[in-house]
Design a protein around this ligand. Structure first.
Ligand code: NAD
Ligand code: UFG
Length: 336
């Protein structure tokens, strides 16, 4: 199938483009490059050994998007475009609501006009807020304790898409709730390239390993977890990418929701230790105060995705650290 990838030049989108192509699909990337660059697409082409269709566009521009649908004739869409920095969303709520919500509305209107009603949406574990229980299943309560506008945009978009599918026949929508994507393609040619100081643990650890930053700050060691540090379900980005290919192959009428994670939690100290093994030295860290809004522990039950999508994460934390280190050490300044 011809698959339009909104936000396809970003961290997760580039890896999905590779997986799609390797599984016989044709990715068409649409991205405004607000948090990515054209050379990421060139790297995807280098991995695949062939050109990939790319359009620079803010997808809130529905006229421009309509023109792309007319020429490219996609048969399904994977919608990744959006802003994703939790702290920034607290400081700039309107920018987040405008970008994330309005880009989705613009997209689904254009899709509907063209009779394209197969959609996969990048949602997030953040919709579960303060987890009711662990491991999280898709039936767990959502929306309680969401602590930032970014999380609310994911919650609201899920609802908008459910309302749309209820109102209009023919939609096949998969809401994928990602846990913590980490790692890079095994070639080291594509990976995560955050702007400024990384908010997330793995890219920060990678930059300390590369000597770009001095010391990892561990946000709290007094949680009720195995070693007192926060526990998360880290999923290799190539497993996540393959989850999208499976979701595409198993779309059903209406809306279905899936957790994409491993089902296993790792602590901050376990990640620092694993990355140290990958890069061959002990990484310096200091314990600092808890980060406001952080949860002690979150990990998913991946059972529904295993049964209905026939997909399971197969890569380990060690694989993720190795691939992340290859990307970081061979591209110390990211994409140039
Ligand atoms: P990313 O920032 O690397 O990729 C998002 C891409 O969207 C960027 O290339 C950016 O330029 C583009 N974009 C933003 N607004 C746009 C617009 N209006 N029109 C066109 N392009 C636009 O982020 P990512 O980590 O690859 O995340 C992809 C998706 O997955 C996002 O929706 C994010 O919220 C979601 N997600 C990410 C994580 C994570 O930890 N990385 C976790 C859960 C969910
Ligand atoms: N952490 C540190 N030091 C750092 C960064 C993080 O100790 O420099 C800790 C955090 O306290 C947490 C763990 O590492 O315990 C993971 O933190 P991340 O920021 O990497 O990830 P989060 O689970 O906080 O959030 C991420 C994304 C959200 C998304 C969520 C679930 O940032 O957008 O995963 O998918 F919603």
């Amino acid at each position: 199938m011809r698959i339009l990838l909104t936000g396809g030049a970003g961290y997760i989108g580039t890896h999905i483009a590779v997986s799609l192509s390797l599984n016989g699909h044709e990715p068409i990337i649409v991205d405004d490059l607000s948090n990515s660059c054209k050379s990421a697409v060139s790297r995807v082409e280098e991995i695949l050994g062939k050109p990939v269709s790319f359009h620079e566009l803010d997808i809130r521009d529905s006229t421009g998007l309509n023109a792309i649908f007319e020429t490219e004739k996609p048969q399904a869409v994977i919608h990744l475009a959006g802003l994703k920095a939790v702290g920034e969303s607290v400081a700039q709520p309107l920018r987040y609501y405008d970008t994330n919500i309005n880009s989705t509305i613009s997209l689904v209107k254009v899709m509907s006009d063209h009779g394209v009603r197969r959609l996969i949406f990048s949602s997030s574990a953040t919709v579960y807020g303060d987890p009711e229980y662990l491991p999280l299943t898709e039936e767990a309560c959502v929306g309680l304790g969401i602590s930032n506008p970014y999380g609310w945009t994911k919650f609201m978009i899920e609802q908008i898409l459910r309302d749309l599918a209820a109102a209009e026949d023919g939609w096949q929508i998969s809401l994928l709730r990602y846990f913590n994507p980490v790692g890079a393609h095994e070639s080291g040619l594509i990976g995560e390239d955050p702007n400024g100081i990384p908010n997330n643990l793995m890219p920060f650890v990678a930059q300390v390993a590369a000597g770009r930053r001095e010391c990892i700050r561990v946000f709290g060691q007094d949680y009720d977890t195995v070693d007192g540090t926060g526990v998360r379900d880290y999923i290799h980005v190539m497993d996540l990418a393959e989850g999208h290919v499976s979701a595409l192959n198993h779309l059903v009428p209406g809306v279905a929701t899936y957790n994409l994670g491993t089902g296993t939690g790792s602590s901050v100290l376990e990640i620092i230790e694993a990355f140290g093994q990958a890069c061959g030295r002990t990484l310096p860290y200091e314990i600092v105060d808890r980060r406001p809004g952080d949860l002690a522990s979150t990990y998913c039950s991946p059972e529904k995705a295993a049964q209905e999508l026939q997909w399971k994460a197969s890569r380990t934390i060690e694989d993720a650290c190795r691939d992340s280190w290859l990307w970081q050490s061979t591209n110390p300044d990211g994409y140039l």
